[in-house]
Design a protein around this ligand. Structure first.
Ligand SMILES: Cc1cc2nc3c(=O)[nH]c(=O)nc-3n(C[C@H](O)[C@H](O)[C@H](O)COP(=O)(O)OP(=O)(O)OC[C@H]3O[C@@H](n4cnc5c(N)ncnc54)[C@H](O)[C@@H]3O)c2cc1C
Length: 310
C-alpha cells in the first residue's frame, strides 16, 4: 500500500455519533481483512500510530484529531449456518449490530433482542461487550478471529475476557484487531421473538435522547464492588440485578440540564451528554470532570467512563 490508497485530512466528527472530533491525517475504509492487514503493515512500516474505528458510537475523538491512520473496519459479511436447534452466525467485524439483529430475527433466532437501538459494529460491540437489560454480546460469542502482529488467530470466548462493558480488547495496551465473530443463537417460534423485541422496544422508547451522543458516558455501578456505606444510601427499588444506573447518581447531584459550551447533560437520561451542535471534545471532558467530582462529593465514590477516548 502507498499513501495514495488513503484518504487524507478526514474530519472524524463525520464518523462519530457524537459528531465530535478533529481530522485524521490518513483514513482508510477497510472493506476486507486484507485491507486491514495492509493498512496495519503500512503504518507499522512508517512508524505511525493507527486507530481502529467501528461505528464511532462509544468514542470521544479529541478536537485535534489524530496525527496518524484511522482504519474504519467495514468488512460486513454474514453467513448463517444451521446446526440443529441453534444456528452459528459468522460475522465480519464491520457489520452493523442492528443489521445482524434484524437478520437473526428474520431467520427465527432469539438472543439478540437487547441489541435493538444500539448503534455501531459487531467489532465495537465485542470490544466493549455491549449489552442491555442484563444481557451482552459476550454471552453469545463462540469464538473470535483477531489479527495480532499480522497473523490471524482464533480466540475462544473465555480468552476474550468478557466482563461488564469490557473485554481484553478494551485494555489501553490492546493491539488485537477483531476481524470476525462467531455468535451462536437459538431457534425460536417467531411469536416469542416478536414478543421479546416488543418488550425491549417499549423499554427503550422515550428513555433515550435524540441529540447526538455516545450513549451512556459512565459505566453503571456493580454494587458489590462498592463500600457498604455507599450501598446503604441507595433505595432498593433503584437496584436491578445488583446494578445501579449511574444516571440516578448524576440526577441526584442535580446535574440534569447542566451545560458547558454546546454539551449538555440530557434532561431525559442523565448519563447521556448530548451535543447541541458544534460541541467540542474539550467541553465533554470538562463536563465529565464536573460530574465525576459532584458524584464523589455527594456519594463518596468514583465513577468510571464507559466511552473510549482518542
Ligand atoms: C444512542 C446510543 C445508545 C447506546 N446504547 C447502548 C446500550 O444500550 N448498550 C451498550 O453497550 N452500548 C450502547 N451504546 C454505545 C455503543 O453503541 C456501543 O458501545 C457499540 O457497541 C460501540 O461499537 P462501535 O462500532 O461504534 O465502536 P467504536 O465507537 O467505533 O469503538 C469503540 C472501541 O472499540 C474499538 N473497536 C471497534 N472496532 C474494533 C475492532 N474490529 N477490533 C478491535 N477494536 C475495535 C475501538 O478502537 C474503540 O476502542 C449506545 C450508543 C449510542 C450513541
Amino acid at each position: 500500500m502507498s499513501e495514495n490508497n488513503f484518504e487524507q485530512n478526514i474530519v472524524l466528527a463525520n464518523f462519530t455519533t457524537w459528531r465530535i472530533g478533529g481530522p485524521a491525517k490518513f483514513f482508510l475504509r477497510a472493506k476486507t481483512i486484507e485491507d486491514i492487514k495492509h493498512a496495519v503493515a503500512w503504518s507499522t512500516e512508517k512508524n505511525m500510530q493507527y486507530f481502529i474505528l467501528g461505528g464511532g458510537s462509544n468514542l470521544l475523538v479529541n478536537d485535534d484529531g489524530l496525527d496518524g491512520l484511522v482504519i474504519k473496519v467495514q468488512n460486513d459479511s454474514l453467513e448463517i449456518i444451521d446446526e440443529g436447534d441453534t444456528k452459528l452466525l459468522k460475522i465480519g467485524a464491520g457489520a452493523l449490530l442492528s443489521k445482524v439483529f434484524v437478520s437473526a430475527k428474520c431467520d427465527g433466532l432469539i438472543g439478540l433482542e437487547w441489541a435493538f437501538g444500539i448503534p455501531g459494529t459487531v467489532g465495537g460491540a465485542v470490544c466493549g461487550n455491549a449489552g442491555a437489560y442484563g444481557e451482552n454480546i459476550g454471552m453469545l460469542v463462540e469464538s473470535i478471529d483477531i489479527l495480532r502482529s499480522g497473523e490471524s488467530i482464533e480466540l475462544s470466548s473465555e480468552e476474550c475476557q468478557f466482563s461488564y462493558r469490557s473485554s481484553k480488547f478494551k485494555s489501553v495496551d490492546n493491539q488485537d484487531i477483531v476481524i470476525s465473530v462467531k455468535l451462536r443463537l437459538k431457534k425460536e417460534e417467531q411469536s416469542k421473538i416478536d414478543e421479546a423485541v416488543k418488550s425491549v422496544m417499549s423499554s427503550r422508547q422515550g428513555r433515550h435522547p435524540h441529540e447526538p451522543s455516545a450513549g451512556s458516558v459512565f459505566k453503571n455501578i456493580e454494587l458489590k464492588n462498592y463500600p457498604e456505606e455507599f450501598q446503604k444510601l441507595i433505595p432498593a427499588n433503584k437496584i436491578k440485578s445488583g446494578f445501579l444506573a449511574t444516571a440516578y447518581l448524576i440526577d441526584e447531584c442535580g446535574l440534569k440540564g447542566k451545560q458547558i459550551g454546546q454539551i449538555k447533560v440530557s434532561d431525559i437520561h442523565a448519563n447521556y451528554l448530548v451535543n447541541l451542535g458544534g460541541g467540542k471534545a474539550s467541553d465533554v471532558k470538562k463536563l465529565i470532570e464536573v460530574i465525576r467530582s459532584s458524584v464523589k462529593e455527594k456519594f463518596g465514590i468514583i465513577i468510571n467512563e464507559e466511552i473510549v477516548f482518542l
